[in-house]
Ligand binder design. Sequence first.
Ligand SMILES: *Cc1c(COP(=O)(O)O)cnc(C)c1O
Length: 382
Amino acid sequence: MEFKSLRRQYKRLKPEIDKAIGEVLEQGQFIGGEQVRRLEEQLARYVGVQHCATCGNGTDALVLLLKALGIGPGDVVLAPAFTFFATAEAVSLAGATPCFVDVDFPTGNISPMALEQVLERQPWEKWGTAKAILAVDLFGLPPEYDIIDQIAKKHNLLLAEDCAQGFGGSFDGEQNGSFGSGAATSFFPAKPLGCYGDGGAIFTNQKEVAGLVKSLRCHGKGENKYENLRIGQNSRLDAIQAAVLQVKLAAYGGEAAAVERIAHYYTQQLQGWVVTPPWPQNRVSAWAQYTIVLPGQEARDGLQRFLQEKGIPTQVYYPTPLHLQKAYRFLGGRLGDCPQAEQLSRRGLSLPIYPDLLPEEEEAVCAAVKEYCRKRKLRASI
Ligand SMILES: *Cc1c(COP(=O)(O)O)cnc(C)c1O
């Protein structure tokens, strides 16, 4: 069994993908052009926003978005302590400083209550002034954007969305990627919508933000590449990736339904045995990951080994919360600062989930998890 299988997806989509790539080779335009323009249009329509600008990868998308929102040196950005490193790294690359906020258990989404507490304490004096909240659609599930938006407005902060794992999910009927002043996503192959290399995009309803991203991604260009208005960078999606993504976007609806069905099956089989991901009424997850929570680290590590012996691959997302990462030691984060994030890194385990997972594989995963829990006399525990 594979943790993610892109080979099966390719087999399923092979005729369309080969044709799309072949067309790009025939057309001979490999950077920018019609393929990229068409994809940006389709993505904006899918997400339900006015503007989409693609770029080289998800990390660049976050950096470009933050810079276009005017975030830079002397600014502090509140971000969850439990996410992929790139969320915070992008804040630093934009010249600002992240302030880590604890998350909700067991979703791992930024906690509105912890946000309010941090905003009361304002522990960032040394680093500047708070400018924005960067929320993450962790594992595909959007956080409570209505509440977070209210908090942002109350404290005069911008809100931005890290949608790298969230493409395809929604909150109250609004697609992920449409929240706050702008969102960034990633097309890394294993993400919910992935290409065959690196890729990323930003979404926004603000024309100026989209315009700035389009300038910054191409050396800060003005009317053309050789008129440079600002210091930008080089970050572009190539035409082959854009062609692949158009095929995958067309297939995405069916894939999302398949993944949701697997998530339902896992939850129905595993609830009671382990803590399963919450299924909030008004939210749809993109199911980038299906992450269960065990009673403790020893049980989690034991289950991972047990499954490995049966040929079932799993992943620990994420073994170290960001406030405890070496790279951010200079911020002075300490064990105990973000207790829920720390719990999740010790106790969470992500199971294989993707549209082409076979029914017998789903069954094998659930049977093995239950067998382990039975043997170890474990039950779901908060
Ligand atoms: C993958 C990911 C990124 C970065 O995307 P890349 O395309 O790998 O640069 C950023 N944030 C989160 C939450 C991610 O999962």
